[in-house]
Each structure stands twice: as structure tokens, then as C-alpha cells.
Write a protein of this length. Structure first.
Length: 232
């Protein structure tokens, strides 16, 4: 990839700038396009290991055709098809969000006021210096709006459920969580995900509404745990 040139005694100089005092360094915040960020991640991967990482290796690891990989690295394609950016990002140990947009993770701290126990009562903490970090960043987040009362009282009409597909194919990490799921039969459901005693590859889907029966022995394509709820 082309390298940004900086002069220690001046402001930013364009790549055409040449001088004996110029030092070649890579500045991530100066990368402007997804192709630039892909090349930067590729160079980082190439230089980090003992074995020289090549475009052919990137193709093999990501499953993206070699001809396409070389086009992307050269900047000859404005927008790749399907999930290729995600697969390339994972192969380069980066996030799809950063490759696409250059965004960095954002989060904020919220003071932990107390805890909830029996009888649905909450109790204040002795310390006022405890905080929990709320992340606003997920490279593969999805959102669903609740309509109707089928999931009451857990979720009500107008609530927006934000789910993370980050571990969508590592379903074991979603056990015991509220999840958006897709079954191998193509059904799209929102349920609490539990293990099924009959098989390690099958799951039980618990309904929120007691009038709706739980689903037993269900095979899943993926599961996305609920990470945030925006109440109506």
C-alpha cells in the first residue's frame, strides 16, 4: 500500500511530498476509503507473522475468490458483494465495521446503583463508585420492532430489540439468553434459548407468553442474543 509521508517540522504533507526529513509512517486516521483500510489491515497482517501473508492466503482463509481479493486491494471495486467484507475482516483480525466505515468502538459508563433480588425489589449498593460499561458498538447488530402482545410482559408493543449476530454461529455462547434465531427450516423467531436434553445439536426455545408453547428439539442456523432494549 502507499504510505503517508510526514515531516516532523510541518503539518501533513501529501504522498507526493519528498524530502530527506520525511519519515514514512502509517496513520490509520488518515485512511479514507474501505479499500485503504483493507490494504492497511492486509499490510498489518502481512508484517505481523513469521510467515509472509499473501493475497492468495487471504483468499484461502476468507473464502473470497483470489481475483476479487486482488481487485479490492488495488481499489478497483467500489463495493463488494454479499458478506465478503465481513469475511475479509475476520481473516485479517479486524471488524467489518472498521473496514467499511473506519468507526471505532464507542461506549460509556453508567453508575451501578444497586441490585435486584427476590420479590422484584432492588437494593442500593454500599459503594457509589461502581460502574458498568455500555457499548454502543457492534459490527453486526440487528434490530427488531415489537408489534402486538405476543411477547408480553417481557417485551411490549413499540419496544425495539437490538441483537448481536457477533456470535451468531457459536450458539453455545447464547444459551440462557433472549435471542433472535433462525431455525434450519428457515423459521425466524424471538425466544429464550435453552439446551435440549435429547441432543447437543438441538435446542429448546422458551416462549415469553405462557399461552404459547415452548419449542422442543429445534435445530438452529444461528442465534443472536439480545444486547439492548429501547422501550417504547
Amino acid at each position: 500500500m502507499s504510505e503517508t509521508l510526514l515531516d516532523f517540522n510541518s503539518t501533513f504533507k501529501p504522498p507526493e511530498f519528498q524530502s530527506g526529513m520525511a519519515v514514512r509512517i502509517y496513520c490509520p486516521h488518515m485512511v479514507t476509503t474501505w479499500n485503504d483500510r483493507l490494504r492497511a489491515a492486509f499490510e498489518e497482517k502481512r508484517k505481523s507473522g513469521r510467515e509472509r501473508f499473501t493475497a492468495r492466503m487471504l483468499s484461502d482463509v476468507s473464502g473470497v475468490p483470489y481475483n476479487s481479493v486482488t481487485k479490492y486491494l488495488k481499489g478497483n471495486t467500489s463495493q463488494p458483494r454479499g458478506d465478503r467484507v465481513r469475511r475479509l475482516a475476520e481473516a485479517l483480525d479486524h471488524t467489518e465495521q472498521w473496514i467499511r466505515y473506519g468507526d471505532q468502538p464507542e461506549s460509556f459508563a453508567v453508575r451501578l446503583l444497586g441490585w435486584v433480588g427476590a420479590a422484584e425489589s432492588w437494593h442500593p449498593l454500599d459503594s457509589e463508585d461502581e460502574y458498568v460499561e455500555i457499548s454502543l458498538y457492534d459490527e453486526d447488530a440487528i434490530a427488531l420492532e415489537v408489534r402486538g402482545m405476543s411477547m408480553a410482559p417481557v417485551y411490549n408493543p413499540g419496544d425495539v430489540i437490538v441483537c448481536s449476530r457477533k456470535y451468531g454461529h457459536d450458539i453455545s455462547r447464547a444459551i440462557g439468553k433472549d435471542c433472535v434465531v433462525q431455525t434450519t427450516d428457515g423459521e425466524l423467531l424471538v425466544k429464550k434459548l435453552l439446551r435440549d436434553s435429547s441432543s447437543s445439536k438441538l435446542f429448546r426455545l422458551r416462549s415469553y407468553n405462557t399461552s404459547i408453547e415452548d419449542r422442543e428439539q429445534v435445530a438452529l442456523e444461528w442465534a443472536a442474543p439480545v444486547s439492548l432494549v429501547k422501550r417504547a
